[in-house]
Design a protein around this ligand. Structure first.
Ligand SMILES: Cc1cc2nc3c(=O)[nH]c(=O)nc-3n(C[C@H](O)[C@H](O)[C@H](O)COP(=O)(O)OP(=O)(O)OC[C@H]3O[C@@H](n4cnc5c(N)ncnc54)[C@H](O)[C@@H]3O)c2cc1C
Length: 512
């Protein structure tokens, strides 16, 4: 390698940037991470909402952080302590009934029997479908991405062929109708994630990406003790122990490109830092839209970036509470509070559909699908004694409203969500000490995620595998390592791992 101050500069100290840094430093590279904020972690962040109340401003659960990454980066040795969950999810319904699911399949069929004998009997087939569907995606996670055609070729003639075809051609709504009869059971299973529209083919594939969480070991599924930032801090400590330098409060304005090669970065204060290569943890739209001059891009990349979608967005309600939300209407007196620590509000399939249809039409959702967590039930360090914090990741929300702006609509939507939660939890409104609503625009401003897209770009059938952006950019020695690359968003550490591997592979060629 040429003599420069650093072998690698990584733009951004999100969890994937830190993972790439750790993997490269392990192989002896001199790495500098430049983070614009005063903390590492990107969307892996917990901060005080009001003194004494620590809330997860963005991500709120570790469910697909890969065990291999935890072990390779020795995150537990560097302070990561994951508190595992005892159940999967509680779905309360307006009529007072509920469905409580676990990660162990055998318990779930029994739960469905309360609603329908038919649906209880259909459940094993449903669970088997998802195990195979998510397994089809997961097997490619720690590899360079295949094309959809290659995956189809790999699967041809195997017993997975039918599952794969279903993933590509059938909608969630249809799949649910094929399995279940009871409307409440159907409401429990409806989910389309980044596909948005549960009636569209491809919605199964979007969800299958997240259902990879069924392969996560129980000890890796939960929340970091002390708040989400503790994961980021453990990653930074691990990287620093390997010699990585992390600089905070420094924003990169441009990647310096000379003779078609990345040679370093220019900071917003005008300072230039030179390196042998540059890796961007920023999302692809930001990387190619502002960090790099359009003239340095080839036509194919410019076209691909222009076509990337960042539509399946959310709002997030955060609240500090003086008491625990009361689930006794559902779970009876003296219930185990941990069973109510994660719940979802989605009373029907049509409700979910409306949530997407509203957002698609530029409206705040009239039917918000709320994924609600009360992390302080598991981790009492997040709030003063007897007090709690609540986070509600809520689908869907347009980045730009058709009428008005999030500045004016945000407070109204926040009140709407509080009213909705109060219908299920009678003591909720009264218990609020403080709250805030994070809109797509807040997420973009705080986290630099374009359009507030939490996985950098949507995870859809068009934007999976090679449909995401490659680790290797069209500019020599400029790489991408964030969620916009394969396999995608969420806290996994895999894009960071794979980007490092691609870089190390290329360096072998340089050495030769
Ligand atoms: C509201 C919300 C809820 C979520 N819930 C979950 C969840 O419960 N579980 C889960 O697994 N995932 C969840 N996610 C998704 C997950 O958090 C992200 O997909 C993931 O953290 C992205 O990691 P990353 O390292 O790829 O990128 P990021 O976290 O976006 O990190 C990129 C970093 O680069 C920095 N940066 C960007 N540009 C520059 C620049 N020019 N100069 C210097 N620094 C720069 C940014 O400040 C940031 O720190 C959620 C995300 C959000 C927003």
């Amino acid at each position: 390698m040429e003599q420069t101050q650093y072998d690698t500069i990584i733009i951004g100290g999100g969890h994937n940037g830190l993972a790439t840094a750790g993997y490269l430093a392990k192989e002896g590279l001199k790495v500098l991470v430049l983070e614009r904020l005063d903390r590492v972690g990107g969307a892996v962040v917990s901060e005080e909402l009001t003194p004494g109340f620590t809330v997860p401003y963005c991500s709120y659960v570790l469910h697909i952080l890969q065990g291999r990454v935890i072990d390779d980066l020795e995150l537990r040795e560097h302070g990561l302590d994951i508190i595992p969950f005892v159940s999967f999810r509680l779905d309360p319904f307006p009529d007072g009934r509920y469905i409580l699911t676990h990660r162990e399949h055998h318990k779930n069929a029994e739960e469905l029997r309360k609603f329908s004998e038919h649906d209880a009997r259909a459940y094993p087939d449903w669970a088997n479908f998802w195990e195979r569907a998510s397994g089809l995606l997961h097997r490619y996670w720690f590899r360079e991405p295949p094309t959809l055609a290659q995956v189809s070729e790999d699967i041809r003639g195997t017993s997975d062929e039918e599952v794969w075809e279903t993933m590509l051609t059938v909608s969630m709504r249809d799949l649910i109708d094929r399995h279940f009869q009871d409307p409440t059971v159907k409401a429990h299973f409806i989910d389309a994630q980044d596909a948005g529209d549960p009636s569209a083919p491809g919605s199964i594939l979007s969800l299958a990406y997240l259902r990879v969480n069924q392969f996560t070991k129980p000890e890796n599924y939960g929340i970091p003790r002390g708040g989400m930032s503790q994961l980021a801090f453990a990653m930074a400590r691990s990287a620093e122990a390997r010699g990585v330098e992390v600089r905070l409060n420094v924003r990169v304005d441009k990647v310096i490109v000379e003779d078609g090669e990345a040679k370093g970065v220019r900071l917003s204060n005008g300072e230039e830092i030179r390196s042998f290569m540059v890796v961007s943890n920023a999302d692809p739209k930001r990387t190619y839209g502002s960090l790099v001059d359009p003239s340095d891009l080839d036509e194919a990349t410019s076209k691909k970036v222009k076509g990337l979608t960042t539509r399946a967005n959310c709002v997030k309600l955060l609240a500090a509470l003086k008491e625990r939300p009361d689930f006794s209407r559902y779970l009876g007196p003296g219930y185990d509070p941990r069973l109510g620590a994660y719940f979802r509000i989605c009373p029907s399939v049509d409700y979910y559909q409306q949530s997407w249809d509203d957002a698609k039409n530029g409206l705040p959702s009239s039917c918000p699908v709320m994924n609600v967590q009360i992390p302080s039930i598991y981790d009492s360090s997040l709030a003063p004694p007897g007090h709690h914090v609540l986070s509600a990741w809520t689908l869907y929300a347009p980045t730009h409203l058709k009428e008005g702006s999030w500045e004016t609509e945000g407070p109204r939507v926040g009140e709407q969500l509080i009213d909705l939660l109060s219908e299920y939890l009678p003591n909720f409104r009264e218990s609020i000490i403080d709250w805030t609503l994070q809109t797509p625009q807040d997420i973009e401003t705080r986290e630099f995620m374009t359009d507030g897209s939490i996985r950098h770009i949507d995870i859809t059938s068009r934007q999976i595998f090679t449909g995401r952006m490659p680790y290797r950019s069209p500019i020599n020695r400029l790489y991408l390592c964030g969620s916009g690359t394969h396999p995608g968003g969420e806290i996994t550490g895999v894009p960071g791992h794979n980007a490092a591997r691609a870089i190390l592979k290329d360096l072998e060629k340089v050495a030769v």
